[in-house]
Design a protein around this ligand. Structure first.
Ligand SMILES: Nc1ncnc2c1ncn2[C@@H]1O[C@H](COP(=O)(O)OP(=O)(O)OP(=O)(O)O)[C@@H](O)[C@H]1O
Length: 823
C-alpha cells in the first residue's frame, strides 16, 4: 500500500550525496515511476514517486534538481546548447544598484549569459562553476538570489514554475553546489508499507532517521502505519516552523532586519516555554506563498542532525517536542520532561496504591458514540525498534547511517556552539537591561525592588534538567542553551462550531485517501510589510503615555514575547498587569496585533480582560490587562493536590470562557494549565490568545498545527481539519493535569508521544479507581476521539461533574503557597 505524503524542504540531505540524484522526469530508479509533477504553487519542485512494488528493498530517494549534471560534451559544444532562456528582472547586489532591470537570461550547460534583450549580444557572463549558492528569497514574490564569486544577483521571475525551473536548472549545473544547499522544495513521496517485511518503502531519509531513533516500534508501524507517517509529517513540519520562527527573529539578509530577538522562552519558574507559530490572520493582509529567505535558511536546517541539535536544546516537553537526538536505549537516563521533574507527584484525589493504567470508563450516556477502540496502554507496547534485528534492506543503510551520524554530530556540535554563544550574548544584554531597569526603579520610585528573573543570567541553570542531551552523540556536554524563541502568535477572526467530518481514526485506507486530497495548509507569512503592521498597530493602541497612567510595581512573569509586570493605575490605585514587549524583537508583529484585537472583542468574566494598549517610543508595546494575583494554574497544580470540587470549579469556569469564545467563533487552540490564571479571589480566567483562530463561514475549519503537543487533540496531531472542539480535548487534558499533575505521555519519547496521541484514542488514567464516576464521565466526553461525539462547551456546562463545582472562594486556599513563597 502506498501513502502519499508531502514534506516541505525537508528531504534534501545535508551531507555529500551517496549517489547522483536524478533529474525530473528522467532516469527513474528501478521500481519507481516518476510522475514528475511540478506542483503549481508554493515551494514546489515536487516529485511524486510511487513504488511499483511493495518491496522495501529499493529505497532510493531521488532528489529533485540536485547535483548530477546531464552528460556534458566539450565546453564549446555544451555552451552552444541553450538549456533555458527567458525574460527576467534582475539586479546586482551592492551600493547604488537599486532597481531591477529587464534582462534576457540564457542558461547553457556551463554559463549563464545576461543580455539586454533577446536579440542583443551578451552583456556579461556568470560561470556556473563560480556559483556558490542559488536560493529562493522573499525580496520579490518569485525571486532568486544567486551568489557567484564575489557578486550576488537577484533575479525576479513571474511564477513559481519559472522560478523553480531556473533554480533547478542552474542548481543542477553548478558544481560548487554539491547536494546540501537547495531549499524550499516540496517533495511528494509515496511511502509504502510492506506488511510482510514490516518496513516502510520509499521513506525520505530524514524520516527514516527520526523513526529509527524514536521509540516507535515495528509493532506500532504494523498497527497503524498511516499514523506513523502522520506524526512524522507533523513532527518535521513542527520543527521546521519553529526554525522558521527562529530565523524570522534573526537579522534578515535582504529586508530590514528584525534583530535576533525574542526573549528566551523560560517562564519565571524556570519552565521552558511553549511557543509555536501561526498563520497570517485575516484582516491583516493576505498570505503569501513565499517563505522568506530566513525561512529558507531554517529549512536548510531541517535536515536530520541540524534539527536534532538545534531543537533538542530549545524546550522541554511543555513546549515543543524535542527531537530525539539519541536512541532512548542508549541514554543513561532518558530526558525527563521538565514539568514532571519540577512537579511533585501527589496522589490522585482520595486515591492511593499502585498505579495502573486503565481505560476511562465513562457511563453510557456520557459516551455517546465513542467509535474507536482504545489502543493498548503505553506500557503494553513492546520494546523499541532498535532492539529488533535489522531487516536485510536496512543493513547497508545502517552502515551509511553510521557515517552520516558522525558527520551530523560534528555539524550539530558546531551549530550548537554558535547558538550557545549567540544565546549568551542575548542573555547578557537582557540582563543588563533588566539591571538598568531595576536600578532606575529603585532610584526613582520608592518601590520594592523587582525580583531578578530567575535563571536568565545563567544558561547552565536555566536550561531545564530534562532537556535532551545535545552535542556529540547526545552527550550532555556544556550548558544546553535555550534558544531565543519567537512569540509565534496567531489570531484569526470569527466562527461557529461545525463538526468536522474526519477520516475514521486508525482507518489506514481512509486516512491515506484523505491524504491524497491536497490539504489546505494555512499559510503563515503575512504579506504585510513592517510598515503596514505598525500602521495597523497604531490604529489599535491608545495615544496616551502609559508612564503617566501606571506605575510599575514588580515583574510577575516572563513570556516569549516580553515581561509581565504588576502595576498600579495612578488614577484609581487599582492593580493591573502590563505585558511589555519590545517590538524590535518580535518577528511576527501582526500576530500580536491580532491578539490585542481578539482580547478587545472578547470581554468576559472568564477571560483575562484587556484594558488598554500603548505604543511607547514606537517599538515598545504595553498591553494592560486585569491583574491575576493567583498566577497560572500550572503553579497551583504544582503546589497543591486539588480536590474534585476544585477541579470541577476550574473546569466549569474555563468552560464558560470557552463557551464565550466559541460563541464568537473563536478557537483558543492552546488551552492548558499555563494559560489559565486565577485571581486572589479564586476567579478563573483564560489567557494567551496568541493562537486564537476565528472561523468564518468561508473557513469553518482549520488545518494548522497549533497548540502544545501534549494537549493537542488527535485530529490536530493527525493534521486533519478541526474546529472548536480541539479546545474541549485540551480542557480534558488540563483536567488530567489537575488529577495527575501532568498531561498524558509527558514521559514518552516525543515522536512516540505523538504516535500515542494519534493512535491511542482517549488516554488512560493512572488511578481511575480514585476518581468519581462523574469526573471520569466528564473526561470521557472531553477526550472523545470522535469529534462529533465530543461535547461542545455548552454541553459540558450541563455535565453532572460541573455541578460539583465549589465556589471561587473554595479555590482561594489553593493560593496559600504563594504567601508562603512570599509572592
Ligand atoms: N494578567 C496577568 N496577571 C498576572 N500574571 C500574569 C498575567 N498575564 C501573565 N501573567 C504572568 O506572566 C507569565 C507570562 O505571561 P505571558 O502571557 O507573557 O506568557 P506566555 O503566554 O507564556 O508568553 P507569550 O504570550 O509572550 O507567548 C504568566 O505565566 C503569568 O505568570
Amino acid at each position: 500500500m502506498a501513502y502519499h505524503q508531502v514534506t516541505q524542504a525537508s528531504l534534501t540531505p545535508s551531507r555529500p550525496a551517496p549517489q547522483a540524484p536524478q533529474r525530473r522526469g528522467t532516469d527513474n530508479a528501478p521500481g519507481y515511476t516518476s510522475n514528475a509533477s511540478l506542483a503549481s504553487s508554493g515551494y514546489n519542485s515536487s516529485f511524486t514517486f510511487t513504488p511499483s512494488s511493495p518491496s522495501g528493498s529499493s529505497y532510493t530517494f531521488p532528489y529533485s534538481g540536485i547535483g548530477g549534471s546531464p552528460n556534458r560534451g566539450p565546453d564549446d559544444a555544451v555552451n552552444s546548447q541553450i538549456v533555458r532562456s527567458g525574460a527576467v528582472s534582475m539586479k546586482e547586489d551592492g551600493f547604488g544598484n537599486w532597481l531591477f532591470q529587464r534582462k534576457w537570461l540564457v542558461l547553457k550547460e556551463q554559463m549563464l549569459s545576461i543580455h539586454k534583450s533577446e536579440s542583443s549580444p551578451q552583456q556579461s557572463v556568470i560561470w556556473l562553476r563560480d556559483i556558490a549558492n542559488v536560493e529562493r528569497i522573499d525580496m520579490k514574490p518569485y525571486c532568486l538570489s544567486l551568489e557567484a564569486k564575489d557578486r550576488k544577483y537577484f533575479i525576479a521571475l513571474k511564477s513559481d514554475e519559472e522560478l523553480y525551473g531556473w533554480l533547478d536548472d542552474v542548481y543542477s549545473r553548478s558544481p560548487l553546489m554539491g547536494v546540501s544547499n537547495p531549499t524550499n522544495f516540496v517533495h511528494k513521496v509515496h511511502v509504502g508499507f510492506d506488511p510482510l517485511s514490516g518496513a516502510f518503502t520509499g521513506m525520505p531519509e530524514q524520516w527514516s532517521k527520526l523513526l529509527t531513533k524514536s521509540a516507535i516500534t515495528r509493532e506500532d508501524y504494523a498497527k497503524d502505519p498511516q499514523a506513523v507517517l502522520d506524526v512524522l509529517e507533523f513532527y518535521t513540519d513542527h520543527q521546521k516552523r519553529e526554525l522558521e520562527d527562529m530565523s524570522l527573529g534573526a537579522p534578515a539578509r535582504f529586508n530590514a532586519g528584525t534583530g535576533f530577538g525574542g526573549a528566551s522562552k523560560l517562564n519565571d519558574n524556570g519552565r521552558p516555554g511553549i511557543k509555536r507559530q501561526e498563520s497570517s490572520p485575516p484582516g491583516l493582509g493576505g498570505d503569501s506563498d513565499n517563505l522568506p529567505s530566513a525561512a529558507a535558511r531554517a529549512a536548510e536546517l531541517v535536515n536530520g542532525s541540524h534539527v536534532a541539535s538545534a531543537i533538542s536544546t530549545v524546550q522541554g516537553p511543555r513546549g515543543l517536542l524535542p527531537i530525539p537526538t539519541l536512541p532512548q536505549a542508549s541514554r543513561a537516563a532518558p530526558p525527563r520532561p521538565l514539568i514532571s521533574a519540577t512537579r511533585p507527584a501527589p496522589p490522585a484525589p482520595g486515591g492511593s496504591g499502585q498505579s495502573s493504567k486503565v481505560d476511562l470508563t465513562p457511563n453510557a450516556a456520557d459516551l455517546r458514540a465513542r467509535t474507536k477502540a482504545q489502543g493498548p496502554p503505553a506500557s503494553a507496547i513492546p520494546a523499541r525498534n532498535e532492539s529488533l534485528p535489522p531487516l536485510p534492506d536496512q543493513q547497508t543503510r545502517q552502515q551509511q547511517e553510521r557515517q552520516d551520524q558522525l558527520w551530523q554530530q560534528e555539524q550539530s556540535q558546531r551549530q550548537q556552539e554558535a547558538r550557545t554563544e549567540q544565546w549568551q550574548i542575548q542573555q547578557q544584554q537582557q540582563q543588563q537591561q533588566e539591571d538598568r531597569y531595576q536600578q532606575s526603579q529603585q532610584k526613582n520610585q520608592d518601590l520594592p525592588r523587582p525580583p531578578i528573573a530567575p535563571s536568565k543570567s545563567s544558561p547552565a541553570t536555566s536550561a531545564p534538567a530534562s532537556q535532551p542531551a545535545s552535542g556529540a552523540a547526545g552527550s550532555t556536554t556544556g550548558p544546553p542553551p535555550v534558544l531565543p524563541l519567537q512569540p509565534s502568535k496567531k489570531v484569526q477572526i470569527q466562527a461557529q462550531e461545525k463538526p468536522v467530518k474526519l477520516a475514521a481514526n486508525g482507518g489506514v485506507a481512509a486516512a491515506a485517501a484523505a491524504l491524497e486530497k491536497p490539504k489546505e495548509k494555512e499559510k503563515r507569512i503575512s504579506t504585510m510589510t513592517e510598515v503596514q503592521i505598525m500602521e495597523k498597530l497604531r490604529q489599535v493602541v491608545s495615544d496616551d503615555d502609559p508612564k503617566l497612567l501606571y506605575s510599575k510595581i514588580k515583574k510577575v512573569g516572563q513570556g516569549a514575547s516580553g515581561h509581565v509586570y504588576v502595576a498600579k493605575t495612578l488614577s484609581t490605585g487599582k492593580k493591573v498587569a502590563i505585558k511589555e514587549m519590545d517590538l524590535s524583537h518580535q518577528p511576527r508583529k501582526e500576530l500580536i496585533v491580532n491578539e490585542i484585537l481578539v482580547m478587545k472583542e472578547s470581554q468576559h468574566p472568564n477571560i483575562v480582560n484587556f484594558l488598554e494598549s500603548y505604543l511607547v517610543k514606537n517599538n515598545e508595546l504595553w498591553v494592560v490587562m486585569e491583574y491575576m494575583e493567583g498566577g497560572a494554574l500550572t503553579d497551583i497544580i504544582e503546589n497543591n493536590q486539588l480536590e474534585e470540587d476544585q477541579i470541577s470549579s476550574i473546569c466549569l469556569e474555563t468552560c464558560r470562557g470557552l463557551g464565550h469564545l466559541h460563541s464568537q467563533s473563536i478557537i483558543h487552540r492552546d488551552i492548558k494549565s499555563d494559560n489559565v490564571l486565577l485571581d486572589a479571589q479564586g476567579r478563573v480566567k483564560i489567557t494567551d490568545f496568541g493562537f486564537c483562530a476565528k472561523l468564518t463561514d468561508q473557513k469553518s475549519k482549520r488545518a494548522t498545527m497549533v497548540g502544545t503537543p501534549y494537549w493537542m487533540a488527535p485530529e490536530v496531531v493527525k493534521q486533519k481539519e478541526y474546529g472548536a472542539k480541539v479546545d474541549i480535548w485540551s480542557l480534558g487534558i488540563m483536567a488530567i493535569e489537575m488529577i495527575e499533575n501532568e498531561p498524558p505521555y509527558l514521559d514518552e519519547e516525543p515522536l512516540k508521544a505523538l504516535y500515542l496521541i494519534a493512535t491511542n484514542g482517549t488516554p488512560t488514567l493512572k488511578k481511575p479507581e480514585a476518581l468519581s464516576r462523574e469526573l471520569k464521565g466528564f473526561l470521557a466526553v472531553c477526550l472523545c476521539v470522535d469529534v462529533g461525539s465530543r461535547a461542545t462547551a455548552n454541553e459540558l456546562l450541563e455535565h453532572e461533574f460541573l455541578k460539583k463545582a465549589c465556589a471561587s472562594s473554595g479555590l482561594a486556599p489553593l493560593l496559600r503557597f504563594k504567601t508562603k513563597q512570599g509572592s
